[in-house]
Write a protein that binds this ligand. Structure first.
Ligand SMILES: [Zn+2]
Length: 464
């Protein structure tokens, strides 16, 4: 499945512009963990990929949580005595604390102040605040705006509703050869915030678009869900599907100018952890692999001890590590087309490893097979051994039924794609056979060091 090659055909700028344009289309929508904003967002995603909507009623118990009331908002403002909107939801949906209960009153500034939130260190930015699980109300504004408020009475209005309704999420399922699944999950609950939210969902949408119609080894499930409560709700309703997840990625913060960060699954040595580390090491951008921690995005739920799923999290800059995080400065200028395209390319590379990672048996394990006789020892680069031949020798040497292609890529330091191409060539030349056990054995080394190639391999050696 040449996913990365498919991407390489398109200009990164063109692809990046498409990703950025999709983020820009969704940017103005006032999203939350429930309500019309998330439905409108899912409808836009549905315009690009096959997406099924699920709605779960308010009050539904999901593990230790309860699906909350549905929140919607039409308008909000703070108006001064001259009748001017000094804070206006129509200018930025960040101006209202997300999930604010309705309020309409005229109050003196002293009474209003405890409900105002600013960032004094960045006086021009509006913070993003939520109050999902405590009924409250508030306004977020720039520190400059707040400092300009004169004493006196203000008319405050939050025209919102918080009522019994539904929690909505979207699933895109792409069936593959195997019922084993790869999970791609992103949160879609943040309002006008670009990197933390829109970058992840744009990359996930385009990744699904890229996979749709391909002949796939694994089945893929893309989840577009409200953060925390969405993942908890999905897991509570999908025990059987969760049990089929073999690999998973949470995608977020993928459009900023930072290098990549991959946070390992709770298991720490899952195939997804190794595939991500391998691709990042090869991607020619700065990158770091982080150990698991129980704080972050929805990997917290997928990696809770009852599930302990092999799900990691791919980001560029880590949440909370950049000052623009959860502020109005995380806007469309903070994410760039080229970085979005680079993130999509890395995701595709990781999936390509999962799709292609197999274990083979060398059918000719006693000394090297004569490659020249088979036309497999020609080096186009003159007398120096070519990279292709090097990859073939590594595959032949380590294909003893206990080393996967990813093991071989790691040990040889060669790109996975080169190792996979060599294996496919050697397989078609009759020098390899697929090791029994298929997908589940893909990275399994048996504890006693014996291999999976049967009597024609080690067995003979032992008898000699
Ligand atoms: Zn966030």
């Amino acid at each position: 499945m040449p996913l990365v090659n498919t991407i390489a055909k398109a200009e990164d700028t063109e692809l990046g512009n498409e990703l950025h344009a999709f983020a820009a289309e969704l940017y103005p929508i006032c999203r939350s963990i429930t309500g019309k904003g998330i439905r409108q967002t899912l409808a836009a995603i549905q315009g690009k990929i096959p997406l099924e909507f699920f709605e779960v009623p308010t009050g539904t118990p999901v593990f230790d949580w309860i699906v909350p009331k549905e929140w919607n908002i039409r308008d909000a403002f703070i108006r001064n005595s001259a009748g001017e909107r000094v804070v206006d939801f129509q200018k930025s949906n960040l101006h209202v604390v997300n999930y604010s209960v309705p309020v309409h009153a005229t109050v003196p500034l002293s009474e209003l102040r405890p409900h105002l939130f600013t960032i004094p260190e960045h006086p021009g930015w509006i913070p993003y605040r939520t109050s999902y699980y405590k009924e409250d109300w508030g306004f977020c504004l720039s520190h400059r705006q707040m400092m300009a408020l004169a004493d006196g009475d203000y008319e405050i209005c939050i025209d919102s509703t918080l009522e019994d309704g539904r929690l909505t999420y979207g699933e895109c399922y792409l069936p593959g050869e195997s019922a084993d699944e790869v999970l791609i999950s992103c949160h879609v609950c943040h309002p006008s915030l670009a990197n933390d939210n829109l970058s992840g969902l744009a990359v996930a949408t385009f990744l699904a678009k890229l996979l749709a119609g391909e002949a796939l080894r694994y089945s893929y499930r893309f989840l577009f869900i409200p953060g925390t409560i969405g993942a908890i709700t999905w897991l509570a309703r999908n025990h059987e599907k969760a049990a089929r997840i073999r690999h998973g990625l949470v995608l977020t913060c993928l459009g900023d100018s930072g290098g990549f960060h991959y946070k390992k699954s709770r298991r720490g040595d899952a195939e997804i952890d190794r595939a991500a580390a391998h691709i990042l090491a090869q991607c020619r951008e700065p990158s770091a692999v982080l150990e698991f921690s129980p704080y972050g995005y929805d990997e917290r739920q997928y990696c809770s001890p009852g599930f302990n799923l092999p799900v990691g999290c791919l980001m560029r800059s880590v949440w909370g590590s950049f000052p623009e995080y959860h502020t109005s400065a995380d806007n469309l200028d903070f994410i760039s087309p080229l970085k979005l395209a680079g993130s999509l390319r890395v995701c595709a590379g990781i999936l390509e490893v999962l799709e292609g990672n197999r274990t083979y048996c060398n059918l000719n394990p006693f000394c090297e097979p004569q490659l020249g006789r088979r036309g497999l020892y020609r080096s186009t680069g003159g007398s120096e051994i070519s990279a292709e031949i090097n990859a073939r020798l590594w595959v032949l040497n380590l294909s003893d039924g206990s080393h996967s292609l990813l093991d071989i890529a790691e040990r040889s330091g060669l790109p996975f794609a080169a190792i996979r191409d060599a294996a496919e060539l050697l397989d078609s030349a009759g020098l390899l056979s697929s090791s029994a056990g298929g997908a589940h054995r893909a990275s399994g080394r048996s504890a006693n060091g014996s291999n999976g190639c049967g009597a024609e391999g080690n067995g003979l050696l032992i008898n000699h």
